[in-house]
Write a protein that binds this ligand. Sequence first.
Ligand SMILES: Nc1ncnc2c1ncn2[C@@H]1O[C@H](COP(=O)(O)OP(=O)(O)OP(=O)(O)O)[C@@H](O)[C@H]1O
Length: 458
Amino acid sequence: MNSFFMDWNNEKEVISSLEEDIMVTNSDGIIIKVSKGSGSHYGVEPEALLGKSVYELERKGVFKPAITPEVLKKKKKVILIQKAGSRKKILVTGIPVFNEVGNIEHIVSYSYDVSELLVIKEYLNSVEEEMARVKSELDLLRKKSIKMDGMIADSLPMQNVAETIRRIRDVDVTVLLLGESGVGKSALAKWIHQNSIRKDGPFIEVNCSAIPESIFEAEFFGYEGGAFTGAKNKGKMGFAEMAKGGTLFLDEIGELSGHLQAKLLKFIQDKKFYRVGGTKPVHADFRLLAATNKDLEKAVQTKEFRQDLFFRLNVVPLKIPPLRERQEDLFALIQYFLQAISKRHHRERQLDKALVDHLLQLEWKGNVRELENLMERLIVTSTSSIITKEDLPYEYHMQEKVDDLIHFDGQSLPSILEEVEKKVLINAKNRYRTTTQIANALGISQPSVVRKLKKYDC
Ligand SMILES: Nc1ncnc2c1ncn2[C@@H]1O[C@H](COP(=O)(O)OP(=O)(O)OP(=O)(O)O)[C@@H](O)[C@H]1O
């Protein structure tokens, strides 16, 4: 039994003298007790409420909703916001008072005018929403504003790459650039260097597949005078030493032999090396970047590439998507190369719309390099200031059938095969940077590629 609230007559003076808005109703919803402050939120005198039914007051719009029916329904304390008049918002708390047998006998309610608080809350909510909107716009703007000089990075995947590079700008961390041939790994490596704390130091690029294994160590670590037959008297500085204070970029790292992988791992771990024939250790002082178009994780599984070396290199992996997955970049690159190459060759050139539409449809297996080469070819060979689809080399007319491209009339099979071979080689040359890459792609030896390129003068 709640002794405090049971005898309202005893409490009469206490409640009625309170300045706050307190009311007591019975279980029929009749207001049986009011305080001095009752009704002030509703714009009526306390006496105007006393003896009235909350249902009636609700109907008349003095307040809405009434709290008594809610407390009776839920049989527990209820807090709600009432509307009073057209503008006011009142926070009302209703508490049930039970009799000995557990039935609600009275409901005590007290209220505060929270109109101002709610207005402030709404205002705060709108400010928060506005801030969230501004923040996302800023994020977008910041991403868009990551301009990479001489590099087109309009697409979302490239913006993400740019954002990662921006985040690691001040850190001397190893970056592994992954992606198909021609996607721009070397260009990005240069960009990373130019935007790093080592930008004033040298950028040394080593193409791991282009240096024969027999001389790799001497080229890479340098050698002392007389270290081997044919060595220069004074010795020679290797790439690792040349990169002092700057960046050492190991391109095509996936092509390194197992023996050289082991050497490289030791060198990365020890952070020092010896020139071939030398006894004095040289301290390694550079930031390491590496790139490959090989699936290195797969190469680790097939044991072609050392896992420990992979972990050392894969600190920050940057995957550069192929151009066919970056339509926004493709369009921007076409415009970029048109301008840059036209300027370089002092030729004012424009592209016809049908040609641009056609270029946007192509697969670009050789990625940005292939596009750049084709643009250069179009610009230097076209005789008119507007380049059209007709100016495209035959291999870029994808709709045309192979039958139409090979002319049998009066040709022997060997000459047709030669013609095809030449076209395949030109195509491969557009896509790949080195003859080793072409050889790998076409499944022939590198000397054979060199011979054929010479034979066809391409
Ligand atoms: N986003 C880009 N904006 C402008 N030029 C680019 C961009 N990406 C690549 N290029 C240009 O495309 C050509 C090929 O790029 P790059 O040599 O960096 O490719 P790669 O991925 O290193 O190729 P590979 O694996 O064969 O070494 C370069 O001339 C480079 O400057």
